[in-house]
Design a protein around this ligand. Structure first.
Ligand code: SAJ
Length: 402
């Protein structure tokens, strides 16, 4: 059997699963995607998509059109199973592994000797072995002899997923050497980046470390933004200048850190090693407290008006996506609404409607606002000029207005 004829079953058709499934479909694999939401399954089977991601619509249409991608509510037999389900945390910041447990139980009846099971979901150290391999073993599979299990953490950046799926280097950590070798062979068949071998625990920790690294660095930028505000220094100009040093590369301050990854994954490290994760925990706290600081700024400005109209630009967690998960922008807008700081008007160009807030075209928000709160650096807002916004109080949390 040649590798391109392999059957792949992808569990979870979200921001990682759907791009992966459709990419594999266009590379000649026969892909069956599984999701728990019937409307998602129907949309994909019509060759359409339920999320915003550049060029994903074209890829899904092509994969479904060629007959290589089908979606369903139930898994099917396959050569390779890819688990791409969410790994959120619970109220106490402990990881919630229930989606991985469920997905593993659901594929278990369809797994056969010779199959490879890959966990792509970002996971706490030990999950591949103690959850996925363990459940499959309890369901009667001979792990390591007949069924192979590996972790290959996804690393793609929303907004650039299709490029990064192919171009990024990948880390592959099997629960044993045979599992690692099988998974490497699979990824080498469609990844142009280098595929690097390790064990499952190191792969798990490497992925958590990547996101914690970014979180700590953003926390540094966010802390600088508070210091510079107090010292009446433009933090973005200052960072640009400091970054001209050959060994300094500071990230950008913002209204806080959102999304399903960077705001979540560092907690998995803290949960496993609470005694030794002071910096990582503190970075999370710095980033999580930034939205309150922004709301305080809005409150202070609102006091200068009798009936302030507060215009908010952006709701998503970052630029040019429709994803509202853990979005600091959405949290800030909710607080402004809850604290009744003024009349609220909102624009989010990537979303057609929102169940809590009426959305207006951004030009109208700019025209009507007394206070303009820029929360997301969407491409529509990047050309805004301070000279055109002189009439209003501008709170630019992303430093895009020049
Ligand atoms: N942000 C800033 N300042 C910056 C960079 C980002 O405030 O300088 C904010 C963003 O606005 C956003 C949050 O951080 O709210 C996270 O955005 P992001 O673009 O840094 O990352 P994600 O969450 O979209 O994707 C990350 C990526 N990880 C790294 O870059 C180390 C991606 O490669 C991972 O695959 C993804 O997490 C994931 O799924 O884990």
């Amino acid at each position: 059997m040649t590798i391109t004829k392999q059957k792949i079953c992808v569990i979870g058709l979200g921001y990682i699963g759907l791009p992966t499934a459709s990419l594999l479909g266009t590379k000649g694999f026969q892909v069956h995607g599984v999701d728990v939401t019937p409307s998602v399954v129907d949309t994909i089977n019509q060759g359409r998509i339920h999320i915003v991601e550049p060029d994903l619509d074209i890829l899904v249409k092509s994969a479904v059109g060629s007959g290589n991608l089908r979606a369903g509510l139930e898994p099917v037999e396959a050569d390779v199973f890819i688990l791409a389900v969410p790994t959120p945390f619970k109220d106490d910041h402990q990881p919630d592994l229930s989606y991985i447990e469920d997905a593993t139980r659901r594929i278990a009846p369809y797994v056969k000797p010779g199959n490879l099971v890959i966990l792509e979901s970002t996971s706490p150290v030990g999950t591949t072995e103690n959850v996925v391999a363990k459940i499959l073993s309890e369901e009667g599979h001979k792990i390591g002899d007949e069924v192979f299990v590996a972790h290959c953490p996804e690393r793609v950046l929303p907004g650039r997923i299709l490029t990064e799926l192919v171009e990024n280097d990948r880390i592959v950590g099997g629960i044993d050497e045979k599992s690692t070798a099988k998974a490497i062979e699979f990824y080498n068949s469609f990844v142009r980046g280098e595929v690097l071998a390790t064990n499952a625990r190191t792969a798990e920790m490497a992925k958590l470390t990547e996101n914690a690294f970014r979180d700590v660095n953003i926390a540094f930028a966010n802390e600088l933004s508070l210091i510079c505000d107090e010292q009446e220094i433009n933090v973005w100009e200052m960072i640009e200048l400091a970054n001209r040093h050959p060994r300094v590369n500071i990230l950008q301050p913002g209204p806080g850190v959102g999304g399903h990854c960077i705001a979540v994954d560092p907690w998995f490290i803290v949960a496993a090693s609470p005694k030794h994760s002071n910096l990582i925990r503190m970075a999370r706290k710095v980033n999580d407290s930034k939205p309150d600081w922004v709301v305080d700024k809005v409150r202070a400005s609102a006091k200068k008006f009798k009936h302030p109209i507060i215009g908010c630009l952006g709701l998503s967690f970052k630029a040019d996506v429709d994803d509202l998960r853990e979005s600091p922008a959405l949290g800030i807008v909710r607080q402004i609404h809850k604290q009744q700081l003024g009349e609220l008007i909102v624009a989010e160009p990537n979303i057609s409607a929102h169940d809590e807030f009426d959305l207006l075209p951004y030009q109208e928000v700019i025209k009507r606002a007394d206070i303009l709160l820029l929360l997301v650096d969407h491409k529509e807002f990047r050309g805004l000029k301070a000279s055109d916004l002189k009439e209003l109080v501008l709170i630019d949390t992303r430093g895009v207005v020049r």
